[in-house]
Design a protein around this ligand. Structure first.
Ligand code: ADP
Ligand code: MG
Length: 356
């Protein structure tokens, strides 16, 4: 359905410098595929999506959609805009229109639907994204998650064959990510072709038929979720998918701000969807900092989470000691509460690691 051939994009900056963001991107996308695009920031993921729907005309290369070269001079872009919708990180709703008006605007103007038909379809779509009760309010009265659900409904109202999502949840408060992902998850089962730029690895793995790992201006590795996440071929892919999320605090005296740590753990657990481990993380952190390692300062405390394997751990690291700061009674108390208790020397000192 979409065929991309040797696409490149070079930006010419006002100061005369140039930046080649897309070097040589080629791929074929079949109807109904759900493709997640992952990769470090600044590697051209957004530029690629914007080139695909000609918001950012490519420097060279071709894009064929249903056999037609959309990059050819004179190609009627309104035809493409009807086939391909886009959902942005920042929602881009019309603030001076109600939710319903936002949705019926393009269908009445561009598809020439009657007001009545456009409204009926809009209400169906709003039901689908769980927003029917907000049809008559203005976007300013909505939360970020609600705005994004309306933006998705608005995009669907044009009956697109393809929807491009550019980090649809990255501007949202962590508590609202789930409601938007579940709408997209539902859509992924509807036969619509979707390309989703996302940092949500678990989600990408669940919903996608294929993953593009973009790096250095190319599609660096392309495969099924199993191939990319479990058996990546290239080392940069491996490093990216197995990266570890960290929350780090240096604790140098007893005056440290425990409330800040508590809040940090809370936000971290919401962000990485591990709220089931939150109470255990609070409790163990407290026990170690206030009881078992009370006299050990300074120390570095880390909460780590590897999204793909799902491993969550608490690390307590102390410099310039070579033996474990835990005594037998501490060990005995801690062991039954965790999946694993690891005590190990490091290059600079010693680490106690609790795997939750
Ligand atoms: P990603 O979405 O993977 O984070 P982007 O596609 O947004 O990456 O950007 C890739 C690079 O291109 C970045 O260095 C960015 O600053 C640059 N870039 C993006 N758009 C423009 C533009 N319109 N003009 C100049 N540079 C740009
Ligand atoms: Mg981007």
């Amino acid at each position: 359905m979409i065929s991309v051939r040797h696409l490149s994009k070079t930006f010419h900056n006002p100061d005369g410098s140039m930046l080649t963001v897309l070097k040589d991107v080629s791929c074929d996308i079949q109807k109904g595929e759900v493709i997640s695009i992952i990769g470090p920031s600044g590697t051209g993921k957004s530029t690629f999506l914007r080139a695909l729907n000609m918001l950012e005309p490519p420097t060279s290369g071709e894009i064929l959609v249903d056999g037609e070269n959309i990059t050819a001079p004179g190609y009627p872009l309104h035809k493409l805009r009807q086939k391909m919708g886009m959902v942005f990180q920042s929602f881009n709703l019309f603030e001076h229109m109600t939710v319903l008006e936002n949705i019926i605007y393009a269908p009445t103007e561009l598809l020439h639907l009657s007001d009545q038909q456009a409204k009926a379809e809009a209400m169906d779509l709003l039901k689908k994204v769980g927003m029917a009760q907000k049809a008559d309010v203005y976007p300013s009265a909505l939360s970020g998650g609600q705005k994004q659900r309306v933006a998705i409904a608005r995009s669907l109202a044009m009956h697109p064959e393809v929807i491009l999502f550019d980090e649809p949840t990255s501007a949202l408060d962590p508590t609202m990510v789930g409601e938007v992902l579940s709408v997209i998850r539902q859509l992924s089962k509807s036969g619509l072709t979707m390309l989703i730029v996302t940092h949500e690895m678990r989600f990408a793995r669940d919903v996608s038929s294929r993953i593009f790992f973009m790096n250095e201006g190319i599609i660096y590795e392309d495969g099924t979720p199993e191939q990319i996440f479990d058996h990546p071929v290239r080392s940069a892919t491996k490093a990216f998918v197995n990266r570890i999320q960290k929350l780090v605090y240096e604790i140098d005296s007893d005056e440290f701000d425990y409330l800040q740590i508590h809040t940090g753990i809370n936000r971290f657990c919401i962000k990485y969807n591990i709220t089931d481990k939150q109470d255990l993380a609070y409790s163990l952190t407290k026990q170690v900092l206030f009881e078992y390692m009370r006299n050990i300062r300074p120390l570095t405390f880390r909460l780590t989470h590897t999204e793909l394997s799902g491993e969550t751990a608490l690390d307590f690291m102390v410099e310039n000691i070579s033996e474990s700061p835990l005594n037998d009674s501490a060990r005995e108390h801690l062991r039954p509460q965790v999946n694993n208790l690891i005590e190990e020397p490091t290059t600079r000192g010693f680490r106690v690691k609790l795997i939750l």
